[in-house]
Design a protein around this ligand. Structure first.
Ligand code: GAR
Length: 191
């Protein structure tokens, strides 16, 4: 399983995947490349740090989606980099037919809530404001519906009375950093 990690920002989940690989904990998966849609995003710096190619192809004029022809360019670039499986780790753009068709059944996404609750933007903030006592994160297959594909696994986090928005977010991120590499490991061993 040759993974292309797609991200838009900090890249802490990409880092957790790369650290798991370095520790021999990624099963038969390996990271082929990192792809980022935002110039200068921190995730791009992980490439040189971990010896993995990192690319930032043109993403077109929109912020949250690709024009179809640009998505085809991305699909070709991911293949050219050796990717045969896509992990969306903080990728803040909707993925549509050209990528979905090119990697049918081989794209997974990390979302910072217990789906189907709090889909869409700012899952952590939505959960905090709603006041849920049990929150968490989800890894799911990607289909044409935003945050709607089949759930692979979830991790649960409790909101304690002493939590602040910051400590709540930190707990969810820590759960993400454990869950995503472990899901990749399990999927790679099942191939
Ligand atoms: C993560 O919390 C991830 O679940 C979220 O963005 C963050 C990326 O952090 N993704 C979404 O909200 C997707 N809808 P990172 O760049 O440090 O990995």
């Amino acid at each position: 399983m040759n993974i292309a990690i797609l991200g838009s920002g900090r890249g802490s989940n990409a880092e957790a995947i790369l650290a798991a690989q370095a520790a021999g904990q990624l099963g038969r998966a390996r990271v082929a490349a990192i792809f980022c849609d935002i110039p200068g995003a921190r995730i791009l710096a992980l490439g040189p740090r971990f010896g993995v190619p990192a690319f930032q192809p043109d993403s077109g004029p929109f912020k949250t989606k690709f024009p179809p022809e640009i998505e085809t360019v991305w699909a070709n670039a991911i293949r050219a980099a050796g990717g045969d499986f896509i992990v969306l780790a903080g990728f803040m753009r909707v993925v549509k037919a050209p990528l979905l068709d090119a990697f049918a059944g081989r794209i997974i996404n990390l979302h910072p809530s217990l789906l189907p609750a709090f889909a869409g933007l700012d899952g952590i903030g939505q959960a905090w404001r709603y006041g849920v006592k049990v929150a968490g994160c989800t890894v799911h297959y990607v289909n044409a519906e935003v945050d709607g594909g089949a759930i692979i696994d979830q991790a649960v986090v409790r909101r304690e009375d002493a939590d602040t928005p910051e400590s709540f977010a930190e707990k969810i991120h820590a759960a993400e950093h454990r869950l995503l590499p472990d899901v990749i490991r399990r999927l790679s061993l099942a191939e």
